[in-house]
Design a binder for this molecule. Structure first.
Ligand code: MN
Ligand code: MN
Length: 466
């Protein structure tokens, strides 16, 4: 009977059971390079900067520097330093469609307001406005680092990166002591911390005029420090993008070393593994395209989000430079394309089992997770992959011996979510969601399994090699 079960049941064991020593080494190598990358790329701008370095050192060039293209050429386009598209021109040309893998490099965080600086009770603060879906209480009393740019009217850009080095100061948002929190503790969890109270503590020393006190002396002192260090005034903060992210490092989690705890794994775990896989490709049959998009966490809109026409421009540029373009070819190319929308999935959490359908949940450690459809309620807003395409993807995974699971985000009517899948599906391509299951998604510290990180890398590579 056991044999019959093994033959007929789907495999629901952990992937670790089948891992041999050699694979274990590979899993650890991929995980280590992923964690190192995460520590250097906490924001979308930093991710794209590092991705460009990787691409440049692997023979990729800006598509704008090419007059013509031919199979084997490796190109990229960087959109406003926040999103990037890469491609290897395939031997089959482009008329038969592209093999696209698309993920996003933005993650939930706190942004500074345009007029952030104020002083209250002898303390200086930066006001923030949260970005993406966060549980606000999770962002208080943790070390935060500040990343981003301040752009002056003369065009000069000042890069800010404070709080990652051990010698740097960090910042934090305070919370009320339990002794005085009776009223706060009665509130609903979502109202426990007010959005307007996510103010960042940044200083406490007032600037003095000889022996005389100066009104708003602490604020003045902060501006003086910023002016001496960066040559900026308070008004310069209005043309800045300063983002607060957890100052924690990516770390191995668990006594058995099987997991990764890190900020921003949604969706850098998929963008890094796809980028890493692409860097190892040389010649491909079908043109391989890697999308690293921005603004997914707030609906993929805007000129750096997936809804932007910048991506169409990139593909048109390829068609132009291959010398094959003609009216409506872009539409044809999309209609014949295949895509993996590589975004994270909710991992089954035994502590919160009630939100998941155990037979249809994604489990950490069981390999890459395919979501045939996303959406909420009656599949509203879903991008639903056709059975024929799911079978095609399964065949690729099984051919390459890659562990996978097919899952749903949660129980029916409990909630839901979406990715960039529908955007490319609307252009006519076959698309399926395909990513790494995560615990504590959108929290300052998210958890993944090293086995799944490795499975993602193998999946993306295999897909492009098809
Ligand atoms: Mn995501
Ligand atoms: Mn997300």
């Amino acid at each position: 009977m056991e044999e019959l079960k093994k033959k007929l049941f789907r495999n629901q064991t952990t992937g670790w059971e089948e891992v041999n020593e050699e694979e274990k080494k590979e899993i650890n190598e991929v995980s280590k390079s992923y964690m190192d990358f995460l520590n250097k790329a906490k924001t979308e701008r930093e991710f794209i900067k590092r991705a460009k370095e990787l691409a440049d050192s692997n023979g990729y060039k800006d598509i704008m520097t090419f007059e013509t293209l031919k199979p084997g050429d490796k190109v990229y386009f960087i959109n406003r330093k926040k999103s990037m598209y890469l491609a290897i021109i395939g031997e089959n040309g482009v008329e038969n469609g592209l093999h696209i893998i698309g993920s996003h490099v933005d993650s939930p965080r706190l942004d500074l307001k345009p007029n952030p600086l104020y002083e209250d009770g002898g303390l200086a603060y930066f006001k923030t406005h949260y970005y993406g879906g966060i549980k606000k209480y999770q962002w208080t009393t943790i070390p935060l680092s500040m990343h981003g740019v301040i752009v002056k009217t003369n065009g000069e850009t000042i890069d800010i990166d404070i709080g990652e080095n051990e010698d740097d100061p960090i910042f934090t948002i305070t919370d009320l002591l339990p002794h005085l929190a009776q009223e706060q503790m009665e509130k609903k969890l979502k109202n426990g911390i007010d959005g307007e109270d996510l103010s960042l503590l940044i200083g406490s020393i007032p600037l003095k005029d000889g022996d005389k006190k100066v009104p708003e002396g602490v604020k003045l002192n902060i501006l003086n420090i910023l002016n001496q260090k960066y040559g900026i005034t308070e008004q310069d903060l209005t043309s800045a993008e300063l983002e607060l992210v957890p100052a924690f490092k990516a770390r191995t989690l668990g006594l058995d070393g099987s997991m990764i705890a890190a900020y921003g794994q949604d969706d850098k775990v998929c963008s890094y593994t796809s980028l890493h896989a692409m860097m190892e490709l040389e010649h491909v049959k079908n043109t391989a395209v890697c999308i690293l998009s921005d603004k997914e966490e707030i609906g993929s809109i805007g000129n750096t989000g997936m809804e932007s026409h910048m991506f169409d421009f990139f593909i048109s540029e390829i068609l132009n430079k291959l010398g094959v373009n003609r009216p409506n070819l872009l539409d044809k190319v999309f209609c014949f394309s295949k895509m993996l929308s590589s975004d994270v999935d909710a991992g089954f959490d035994p502590l919160y089992a009630s939100v998941s359908d155990k037979t249809n949940a994604g489990y950490i450690g069981r390999g890459i997770s395919l979501n045939k459809y996303t959406g909420s309620r009656g599949k509203s807003g879903a991008s639903d992959a056709n059975a024929e395409y799911v079978a095609w993807v399964r065949n690729v995974l099984e051919k390459h011996n890659i562990r996978y699971q097919v899952a749903e985000l949660g129980k029916v009517d409990i909630g839901g979510g979406g990715t960039i899948a529908y955007i490319i599906a609307n252009k006519g391509a076959d698309v399926i969601d395909c990513g790494v299951p995560v615990l504590s998604m959108h929290a300052p510290y998210e958890v993944t399994s090293k086995f799944d990180v490795y499975s993602a890398y193998k999946t993306y590579k295999a897909f492009w090699q098809e």
